[in-house]
Design a protein around this ligand. Sequence first.
Ligand SMILES: C[S@@+](CC[C@H](N)C(=O)[O-])C[C@H]1O[C@@H](n2cnc3c(N)ncnc32)[C@H](O)[C@@H]1O
Length: 205
Amino acid sequence: MSEFIRYIKTMRAFAKSNYIPIVRDKTIMAVAEIIEKENYKNFLEIGTAIGYSGIIMLSSQKGAKLTSIEKNESRYNEALKNFKNIGLDTDVNLILGDAGEKLQELEKSGQKFDFIFLDGPKGQYISYYPHLKNMLSENGTIFADNVLLGGLIKNAEKVTHKNRTMTVKMQKFIDTIMADEDFDANLNELDDGFIVAKLKKSTEY
Ligand SMILES: C[S@@+](CC[C@H](N)C(=O)[O-])C[C@H]1O[C@@H](n2cnc3c(N)ncnc32)[C@H](O)[C@@H]1O
């Protein structure tokens, strides 16, 4: 087993024993496939956790760079350690803070990204959406994970008072991105469901 695989497995075990949610297998395989196929090099991630998905994204593409936002300080510190241990610390810009605020700062700075992995607070996807769209470069892709919310989106009877707001907001995000004519968007029901939305080629000359 390679050192890389060994390290990734250790991270997965750490996440499990510390109840830290990380991306599921089929979903991260889909992410890596898109990155390779489209030759994307400049990634933005909302929700770093301990750096598991970020490390897999960076190792799917030579010369790629990742900017990733995490608001939980101990997870952010664990991610910093993991990127360093695996030798990818010079390819990552880890940002500690609330994604809502940090996205606005990034947008103002004029940075663009060709692949955006949206994996942060599920009730906020809809409010992040206009900022993410503005920061997406030509032919770029937004990949939004967990859009089915563990079955809540498809089974109205499971929705309780506690999770109603999040479910309504996620449904609004799904409806908005799927209807946006600037994107070719698909909802894939693998794992917890993910939307892959690729900007259409501009037809202006
Ligand atoms: C599903 S986990 C991310 C998993 C990670 N992408 C992976 O697969 O390895 C979601 C993360 O978003 C973080 N988060 C929640 N609300 C946030 C916010 N407002 N701003 C930034 N990060 C947030 C959580 O602390 C959590 O670590």
